[in-house]
Design a protein around this ligand. Structure first.
Ligand code: NAD
Ligand code: IPM
Ligand code: MN
Length: 370
């Protein structure tokens, strides 16, 4: 029995979450485990109605869950940051979800804007540090609103936080190497017996304090994984290489801010935000982890029933892996893969005309026949 907290949130959040929930219900039934659902009324509507963003009672309720599914938060009716910071970041920080796990994988049948790309060439995972950096909110204003105004927002980087991400990244590369041993490798690295790669993405040429810490910690962690190929890219060059030679990447480890940016770029490589899932992982399992599609509330298409639910379904797969149900997770991924490969039903972002519900049902129908 798993207790799953659900924050449907704003915009397309409730539309895609409904498909995620139905899909999880189906695999739970097929695999013979039970799910207790706890729905939390959080997001823009609650805030506009009551002024509350994340009351202590709701936070305590979420803390009691085994995992959390979040749709998206943020609406043009609420000033930027109120919900994003007050709800989403508060949960990521309070529940010590130090790792933001963001796979970038092109499924067969999905169009990518890259001319010569194939599914073999686009298969990487970004480990985005999730609790530190510019996101912490260290800073402030002086003389706000005057010509002498100064605004400061500092990047926080702790050796413990960085080590946690690096450890997760190298362990993941080792695990992935069991199935894709030569991911990201050059011929000479293969010949040297390397298996898998972890690329550090930072800006050591400018952020000579913060990213010096990252580079030293990375070098020390790599010593424990002699079989894994190492690499370093400045973040600007990484954006270029992700387009030019995506096959060069296996596992990328990076800071919170850079990880946010490069994973939207990565989402496009795999077919868009409609197919990009993610997990905010508490690696110690001391608090619940939280799973969400990479995309936001998509106000431009909200209420139309055309948001792509695939990202949320893949997110459910990641949640099942985390809960120790890898077979159930595989069922979800296989169902999604089949719907994408057949390409008979598609939401408009993938070039189709079908609804969120139709695609969700197609995934479930594919799972039922596996
Ligand atoms: P967005 O991801 O909401 O939308 C960007 C573009 O992608 C839009 O054109 C949208 O229509 C499209 N898109 C997104 N998801 C889609 C889906 N499932 N199917 C088809 N198309 C999809 O990003 P934004 O417009 O920058 O942000 C909108 C709001 O969402 C803001 O308030 C922002 O703060 C918030 N946001 C929240 C989260 C989150 O809760 N995890 C993440 C990102 C942005
Ligand atoms: C994401 C989003 C969030 C982030 C925002 C909404 C706080 O863009 O999950 O990628 O910056 O992490
Ligand atoms: Mn983002």
């Amino acid at each position: 029995m798993f207790k799953i907290g659900v924050i449907a949130g704003d915009g397309v959040g409730p539309e895609v979450v409904q498909e995620g929930v139905e899909t999880l219900k189906l695999v739970a039934q097929l695999e013979g485990f039970e799910v207790e659902w706890k729905h939390f009324d959080l997001g823009g509507e609650r805030y506009l109605r009551t002024g509350e963003v994340l009351p202590a009672e709701d936070k305590e309720g979420l803390k009691q869950c085994d995992a959390i599914l979040l749709g998206a938060v943020g609406t043009p009716l609420v000033p930027p940051g109120v919900l994003e910071r007050g709800l989403l970041l508060d949960l990521r920080f309070s529940f010590r979800q130090a790792i933001n796990l963001r796979p970038i994988k092109l499924y067969p049948g999905v169009d990518t804007p890259l001319k010569d790309a194939t599914p073999e060439k686009i298969d990487m995972v970004v480990i985005r540090e999730n609790n530190e950096d510019l996101y912490v909110g260290v800073g402030g204003f002086t003389h706000k609103g005057t010509p002498d105004e100064v605004a400061i927002q500092s990047s926080v980087n702790t050796r413990k936080g960085v080590d946690k991400c690096l450890h997760y990244a190298f362990e993941l590369a080792r695990k992935r190497a069991a199935e894709r041993p030569f991911a990201g490798l050059t011929e000479s690295e293969k010949a040297a017996g390397k298996r898998g790669r972890v690329t550090l993405v930072a800006k050591t040429n400018v952020l000579t304090f913060a990213h010096d810490l990252w580079q030293r910690a990375y070098n020390e962690m790599a010593v424990n994984y002699p079989e894994i190929a190492t690499d370093y890219n400045h973040v600007d060059a990484c954006c270029m290489h992700m387009i030019r030679v995506p096959q060069r990447y296996d596992v990328i480890v990076t800071t919170n801010m850079f990880g946010d940016i490069i994973t939207d770029l990565g989402a496009v490589l795999q077919g868009g935000l409609g197919v990009a899932g993610s997990g905010n992982i508490n690696p110690d399992k001391a608090f619940p982890s939280m799973f969400e599609p990479v995309h936001g509330s998509a106000p431009d298409i909200a209420g139309k029933g055309i948001a792509n639910p695939i990202a949320t379904c893949l997110t459910i797969g990641m949640m099942l892996d985390h809960l120790g149900k890898p077979h159930a997770a595989d069922l979800v991924r296989k169902g999604v893969a089949q719907v994408l490969a057949e390409a008979k039903v598609k939401t408009p972002d993938l070039g189709g005309t079908d609804s969120t519900r139709t695609v969700g049902e197609a995934v479930r129908s594919a799972i039922s026949k596996l």
